[in-house]
Design a protein around this ligand. Structure first.
Ligand code: SF4
Ligand code: SF4
Length: 160
């Protein structure tokens, strides 16, 4: 259970996943934010309408996946490191996963690292495709990983 282990349940993860049809169209956001806290910078960061308006600042984000273009801007706005991008269209057997990264060292582009699941277990070797800063005065980097497609919805961190 999330409050005891920090790990969301399968039902929680399924509930925030875009449809298969949307995933088949290209990169799209996945917001793994499951605790009601007074927080909404994700909503204000997105200029595409990907986040539906919050009625109350404690609301959990609700998405319009058709409006999301997978830009990743909201990743750098989220203090909870709860936002990811998944692109299942990268190749027949690989997907791209963009994760937030605020640790050192920052992985090098082109390097191979361990892909970790939500429990922190290494589940696959993944390649670092791109590293970009979330923007001026932000500590977050956006790390684009090439992952085996079967782990696109499991890998959410790395061991550098
Ligand atoms: S990835 Fe870009 S378009 Fe999609 S919800 Fe985030 S900021 Fe909006
Ligand atoms: S910014 Fe992050 S933690 Fe805050 S509501 Fe949005 S997704 Fe949740």
């Amino acid at each position: 259970m999330l409050s005891k282990t920090g790990v969301p349940t399968d039902d929680q993860i399924e509930a925030v996943k875009p449809s298969k049809e949307r995933l088949a169209k290209g990169p799209v956001v996945i917001v793994e934010c499951f605790q009601e806290i007074p927080c909404d910078p994700c909503y204000t960061a997105c200029k595409q309408g990907g986040f539906l308006p919050f009625e109350d600042i404690n609301d959990l984000p609700e998405m319009d996946f058709e409006k999301c273009n997978g830009c990743g801007v909201c990743i750098g706005a989220c203090p909870g490191l709860a936002i990811f991008i998944v692109d299942e269209t990268y190749s027949d057997d690989e997907a791209l996963v963009i994760i937030p990264w605020e640790f050192v060292p920052v992985p090098e582009e082109g390097s191979t690292v361990k892909g970790l699941n939500r429990e922190g277990e290494a589940v696959a070797e993944v390649k670092v495709k791109k590293v970009r800063s979330a923007g001026k005065n932000k500590n977050t980097n956006l790390i684009t990983l090439i992952v085996p497609k079967e782990f696109a919805h499991e890998i959410r961190s790395i061991e550098v």
